[in-house]
Design a protein around this ligand. Structure first.
Ligand code: GCV
Length: 608
């Protein structure tokens, strides 16, 4: 992460006073003969224009933060050798471009793979101001503008809203402001009950008053706080259901409290039955969010945003786009992505996400969602992301959140150029490795859209039946004849939650895209795929290929001139990935061979 900040040579030892001042510093860092004027045009707000004048100088115009984004866009182009047109105008596609940290006040990070919290330790704020400015700079450099600093699972002590902690929270907000970054806090729906109110019922006037007063106090300290993020009635968190209320009741009550200050309530839709009986064949977990929220479409206040995980399950390697993102037409929506590699290799395995995100954005109708959020992959490790190559996910997320049309290969190449000094052929080799890494990981882990074959709890490494007899609603139901869940009209009916054209694409196993086949269909191992292979042969082939591709990745990485300490970390993590890819390949193939009894037509080793 830091490589390109040091390339820019921006002095962050002192805090910039405003985005404009930071924009000037950023541009001054390029070189003494680099000539660039800044023109602040408040009406442009976050947007910017860059003009390349005939005398070789540049003019960057923008609103308060627009000039900053313009300055960064310009130097990103300069440093990555990209040609700039004579004039360029750019506006962010989504007004809120958020990073959600799952940091706890004890210093731990839920699903964190890069060390402990950047913000907290032992129940209190504890941070290095320089690192905060670096983080602000990373965010601003790719146009990210909201930082939620604490975990959606709000563990106590969670005093962020209390008088004692607000001055420190306000000081942190001050640090981020010049970077165009506004803070957000996760709040616990039952918080009033810790302050003498006997209930958290959203329709109880005492509850509303408590939140009104709390919002007033918080906004006095941090007038530009972006708002509150809420996980309610989800995986044991408290919420409106306890009081027989729905989620519009809950979200709108909080929305009323923050509305006078321009605050937003970002309300997560990750609601499902996490105490399911695996014997129950009626309940299908991916259906839950739509069942809860679609009847409420149009009932949420204007300053509520429903934040929906990109797929109906939970950040698996491959999931369809959540039906809520297509069907909630009268509600503000944010799509939630996850940079933290919870199910995607713990920042040990290389997993570059932009190809996956592009698939998601491409499926979203124009103008359908108004914001994006991503669960952070940062922590206190020196390099911020644990694996140096995981930084590409943070960087490219920002570029896509600004402009979802951004080309994946261009974005990855830009990151490489800003991070390493590689010859063109090395740069191409790394770009192609990163861009194919998600598909490789998918091949050796999750067959054709099933997912969930991971070790329970920590979600790293293979365990084909790990989630099969559990409470979480995550079953593949593989037996000796067949595998997968029928989610069409003849099965659980999940597919009916989608618009007709979408249903049409996936309903028939003969035409359903292969990579979603077992998400939507239950099929015999002898099922003939479009390319003539049997389903079981395809499963074997994918897993062997995934392992072979990982071996090839390791060779390429060894040949590339990474500087230290990156090289050491990258190669040692690659050794681990290679070992694990073999485990995945052998365990999953053996699992299916034992069930199906089918031989591999190529006679490769699968264990009996
Ligand atoms: C923050 C999954 C993760 C949890 C996470 C949850 C969520 O269940 O395993 O760690 O909790 O998603 O997104 O709320």
């Amino acid at each position: 992460m830091k490589a390109w900040l040091s390339k820019l040579n921006i002095d962050l030892s002192a805090a910039p006073s405003s985005p404009e001042e930071l924009a000037r510093t950023v541009l001054a860092s390029v070189s003494p003969d680099f000539r660039c004027r800044i023109e602040t045009v408040p009406a442009l707000e976050e947007s910017f224009r860059i003009r390349n004048d005939p005398d070789g100088s540049f003019t960057v115009s923008g609103g308060g933060t627009g000039v900053l984004y313009g300055a960064f866009a310009l130097i990103r182009s300069v440093f990555s050798g990209k040609e700039l047109p004579d004039s360029l105008e750019s506006a962010p596609r989504y007004p809120l471009r958020m990073i959600n940290c799952w940091d706890n006040m004890d210093g731990s990070v839920e699903r964190g793979y890069s060390g402990s919290s950047l913000f907290f330790e032992a129940g209190a704020f504890h941070y290095d101001p320089l690192r905060m400015r670096e983080l602000g700079c990373f965010m601003a450099s790719v146009g990210l503008n909201v930082l939620c600093i604490n975990n959606v699972n709000v563990h106590f002590p969670a005093q962020l809203l209390l008088e004692d902690y607000l001055p420190e929270a306000a000081a942190l907000a001050d640090l981020f402001r010049p970077f165009g970054v506004r803070l957000m806090f996760s709040v616990d729906f039952s918080q009033p009950m810790r302050h003498g109110i006997p209930t958290a019922d959203p329709l109880d006037p005492a509850v509303q008053s408590w939140w009104n007063e709390t919002a007033a106090r918080v906004y006095r300290a941090i007038p530009d706080l972006a708002g509150f993020l809420v996980k309610a009635d989800s995986e044991g968190r408290p919420g409106p259901f306890t009081y027989g209320r729905n989620h519009a009741d809950g979200a709108n009550m909080l929305a009323r409290a923050v509305a006078p200050y321009g605050g937003k309530i970002v309300w997560r839709c990750f609601v499902y039955n996490c105490r399911q009986d695996w014997r129950d064949t009626k309940t299908d977990r991916p259906m839950a969010a739509w069942e809860h929220y679609s009847p409420l479409d149009g009932q949420f206040a204007d300053n509520v945003i429903l934040q929906v995980k990109h797929g109906p399950f939970d950040f698996q390697v491959r999931e369809p786009l959540s039906p809520l993102l297509l069907g909630m037409k009268h509600t503000n929506l944010a799509m939630e992505l996850q940079l933290a590699q919870e199910y995607t290799g713990h920042q040990i395995d290389i997993y570059t996400m932009i190809p996956m995100w592009k698939e998601l954005f491409d499926e979203l109708p124009e103008d359908h969602i108004m914001s994006v959020a991503a669960v952070s992959n940062l922590g206190r490790d020196d390099n911020y992301t644990g694996h140096p190559l995981a930084a590409v996910n943070f960087f490219t997320y920002g570029l896509l959140a600004w402009n979802p049309q951004t080309d994946a290969a261009d974005a990855v190449t830009e990151w490489i150029r800003l991070t390493y000094h590689f010859a063109p052929e090395d740069e191409r080799a790394l770009a192609s490795l990163l861009l194919s890494s998600r598909r490789t990981y998918e091949k050796y882990t999750a067959p054709l859209g099933i997912g969930w074959m991971v070790s329970p709890h920590d979600h790293y490494g293979p365990n084909p039946s790990g989630y099969e007899y559990d409470l979480w609603g995550t079953y593949h139901k593989a037996n000796r004849d067949a595998v997968g869940i029928d989610r069409t009209a003849s099965g659980t009916g999940y597919l009916l939650q989608y618009p007709e054209a979408y249903q049409h694409k996936y309903a028939d196993p003969e035409t359903c895209p292969d990579l979603y086949l077992l998400f939507y269909h239950r099929l015999p191992y002898s099922f003939r795929m479009k390319d003539g292979r049997t389903l079981i042969q395809r499963i074997y082939d994918d897993h062997f290929e995934g392992y072979e591709e990982t071996k090839a990745m390791a060779e390429i990485l060894r040949s590339l001139p990474f500087p230290e300490p990156d090289r050491n970390v990258i190669l040692s993590r690659m050794d681990r990935q290679l070992y694990d890819a073999k485990e995945w390949c052998d365990i999953i193939n053996t699992f299916f061979r034992r069930l199906s009894g089918a031989d591999d037509t190529h006679g490769r080793t699968i264990y009996d």
